[in-house]
Design a protein around this ligand. Structure first.
Ligand code: NAD
Length: 249
């Protein structure tokens, strides 16, 4: 699958799914804009992209800060003159029982990054995506359809992301812009550690994984590539579940 000549923005590119997606897009010939807050981790991913040619650009930015979001788009246009693909991957997971004092603060923090930032970047990129008849891939979660005990704010953010994506897909379809969602189940990344948690902190009672495996970030990246490519020309407003069967449990 070639992305030669295409320009792709990947948020949360410093680790996990975003890093794998950025490297695969670079390998496929895209000009990739790597966005994340951690410059040191971004450097590692940038070096991997370099092995496929020096065609990427690093933006150290917090997607939830409006001025940073605008800078992501402005720097992309200044460097590469267009946007073909926007991968809204940056996200955080938090535990926050609804009975707890922190429930509201955690809800605000999660929504700002997992939902509001996606809406803002979609808004800012839309004119450029319309010009290129490009596409958006939003990384949601199986938690957007299946509730996980103690994680209602995270689940709500992903459910809202799914619905926002369908709305954006409908609105942008007349311009030839496609918007799709990927809902992974457990993926081997640092998301739990980055939330300051351990795997055992998450209440997985009643949850099973029929295929008895967890996914690699590269599996998710492969699906991003497919949905962002011309092979998916007829696919918009879809939610691709990649969860080893978890939603069946
Ligand atoms: P990760 O913690 O390894 O990566 C998250 C990335 O997002 C990091 O690069 C981090 O720096 C970045 N990020 C977070 N907040 C940001 C902000 N405000 N501004 C800019 N960058 C920010 O986790 P991951 O598993 O690769 O997560 C990627 C996406 O996949 C998330 O949206 C997550 O909800 C989703 N997801 C992950 C899993 C899983 O099991 N790992 C399952 C379902 C969905």
């Amino acid at each position: 699958m070639s992305f030669s000549g295409k320009v792709a923005i990947v948020t949360g590119a410093s680790s996990g799914i975003g890093a794998a997606t950025a490297v695969k897009l670079a390998e496929a010939g895209a000009n990739v804009v790597l966005v994340a807050r951690n410059a040191e981790k971004l450097k590692n991913v940038s070096e991997k992209c370099n092995s496929f040619g020096d065609k990427h650009h690093v933006v150290k930015a917090d997607v939830s800060v409006d001025a940073d979001a605008r800078r992501i788009i402005d720097e992309t246009i200044k460097k590469f003159f267009k946007i073909d693909v926007l991968v809204n991957n940056a996200g955080i997971m938090r535990l926050a029982p609804v009975k707890g004092d922190e429930a509201l603060a955690v809800y605000d923090e999660i929504m700002k990054i997992n939902l509001r930032a996606v809406i803002n970047l979609t808004r800012l990129a839309s004119a450029h995506l319309i010009a290129s008849r490009g596409s958006i891939v939003n990384i949601s979660s199986v938690a957007g359809t299946k509730v996980i005990n103690g994680m209602s704010a995270y689940c709500a953010s992903k459910a809202a992301l799914n619905h926002f994506s369908r709305g954006a897909a409908l609105e942008l379809a007349e311009h030839g812009v496609r918007v799709n969602v990927i809902s992974p189940g457990p993926v081997a990344t640092d998301i739990i550690e980055n939330a300051g948690l351990k795997t055992e902190d998450i209440n997985l009672e009643g949850v099973s994984i029929p295929l008895s495996r967890i996914s690699s970030p590269e599996e998710v990246a492969d699906l991003v590539m497919f949905l962002a490519s011309d092979k998916a020309v007829g696919i918009t407003g879809s939610n691709y579940v990649l969860d080893n069967g978890m939603a069946l449990s």
